[in-house]
Design a binder for this molecule. Structure first.
Ligand code: SF4
Length: 249
């Protein structure tokens, strides 16, 4: 059997699923990205000195529920719903005993309320049955919970436990990774793998929050504000977007 397997994207993986050492131009490309991302992070840390989730929470469990509610919804909307929600259901057990229809009504304004209610009740029941009602602090255990994928797990680990086992890839990280030329992948797990290879591990905890802040304030989805962007000198898309929005060709 061949010692290395080709990934579906452009990457070569060892049989253990780890990236094989890059060679030639791929190695140079990797080194260029590593050097550039260090500079980008340094600038973003100055622009956004308090990188953190905008979701309000008091416990890891509240953050877990809030993060699930934030899928396809704004953090502002979730922050309006959660105070009343956590007053009505103050414990993991109370969520585990909640009636599906009633919880759906309680969280309706966050959208996708049926799936979200099913996930919240399901994960609460699993926490009660298998983990003594406590939210685990490891990726392996978190992704076993209903409705919890790596993105949610990474946010909970980073914010509630200050642990970095990966990098949360949400809509902002996905968009900015592409624009900044950090990953060409579309699948969030593959984008995360690309980022984990070039972002220094000491920056994993804050990387999602830095890109979310920048994505909200400057590198917006519909119209990135490239002329005002602090990292435009390091961004391969700045020329293209500046031309596009100034009407030049
Ligand atoms: Fe986004 Fe433009 Fe800044 Fe690049 S230069 S990160 S595209 S706002």
């Amino acid at each position: 059997m061949a010692e290395k397997e080709k990934d579906k994207g452009t990457r070569v993986l060892t049989p253990a699923g780890k990236p094989a050492p890059a060679s030639g131009s791929a190695a140079r490309d990797l080194e260029e990205k590593k050097a550039r991302i260090k500079k980008i992070i340094k600038i973003l840390r100055k622009e956004y000195p308090r990188p953190r989730t905008a979701l309000n929470y008091r416990t890891p469990f509240e953050l877990l529920v809030a993060t699930i509610l934030a899928a396809q919804c704004t953090d502002e909307r979730v922050n309006k719903v959660t105070p009343g929600l956590f007053q009505k259901y103050p414990t993991v057990e109370s969520f585990a005993r909640a009636r599906q229809e009633e919880l759906e009504n309680d969280i309706r304004s966050t959208g996708f309320f049926r799936n979200k209610a099913r996930s919240i009740i399901g994960l609460s029941q699993m926490l009660m049955a298998e983990l003594g009602g406590r939210v685990p602090d490891s990726m392996d255990q978190l992704v076993r919970l209903p409705g919890v994928a790596r993105k949610t797990a990474n946010i909970v680990l980073a914010s509630a436990f200050r642990k970095a086992e990966g990098i949360a890839v949400d809509t902002h990280v996905r968009r900015l990774s592409e624009r900044l030329g950090l990953s060409r992948q579309a699948d969030p797990d593959k984008i995360e793998r690309d980022l984990m290879e070039i972002v220094p591990r000491s920056d994993w905890l804050d990387f999602n929050f830095l890109l979310v802040d920048h994505g909200r304030k400057v590198c917006q989805a519909r119209k990135p504000l490239c002329p005002q962007c602090a990292v435009r000198q390091l961004c391969p898309s700045s020329e293209k977007f500046s031309r596009l929005f100034s009407g030049r060709k």
